[in-house]
Design a protein around this ligand. Sequence first.
Ligand code: HEM
Length: 224
Amino acid sequence: MNSFFTFINSSVGKKLLMSLTGLFLSLFLIVHLAGNLLVLRQDGGESFNTYAHFMGGNPLVRTLEIGLFLFIAVHIVNGVRIWWQNRKARGKRYDVYRLDENTTLPSRMMALSASLVLLFLVVHLRKFWVPARFEGEQNMAGLVVTTFQNGWYVLFYLIALVVLGYHLRHGFQSAFQTFGWKTKRYAGLIEFAAAFFWLVIPVLFACIPLYVYLTGGAAVASLR
Ligand code: HEM
């Protein structure tokens, strides 16, 4: 057990933990997207509400949800530790702290994109998850539609999805480096698989607010 913690605290261990939690969170995105695309079925919100009730009421899903939040927490805490470790390491090499010399652009951009994704997540959970789990909201499809009839929310989601795409793209690149998968033989295949996560998934997510906004959402759900 002791050697496990020693490994997790090493810089390779931290990178591995970051990559594994990041991959798990990316898999969550596939499931989440598949469920949310149901909102686009033109059945007055019936399929989406059935899915949302299942997610809220099923004990296995609720347990997995706790696991999901734990993974998010580990990913964030570990990310902050790596960022801090890099900052300290560079600080040693330079006597005077200068932002442009002491942190590389990609690592600064990763920290910035991570903070923006976190901000998105806080707003997103307050908007949808809290009403579904704690406020007894029954018409989740209606809530999605009323939210995305507001152009500011649509803009916020679109910007957040571009930032998420950026974060995933660089996250995948560094995860593949950590796993040693960036060999010439597999490089093309790996780039292709990564593009599914950083490009296709955010684009499909973006279709939801855009579709609701542009069509008014009447066919998507019956409003309260
Ligand atoms: C624009 C597309 C999106 C829609 C319409 C949407 C909708 C929802 C809804 C309705 C919930 C409430 C809980 C439920 O019934 O499952 C939820 C929860 C959640 N969403 Fe999203 N979401 C979107 C995009 C995202 C993105 C891009 C992320 C991650 C970066 C994300 C992360 C989460 C998390 C972590 C939860 C709480 C866990 C869960 O309930 O599954 N969502 N979302």
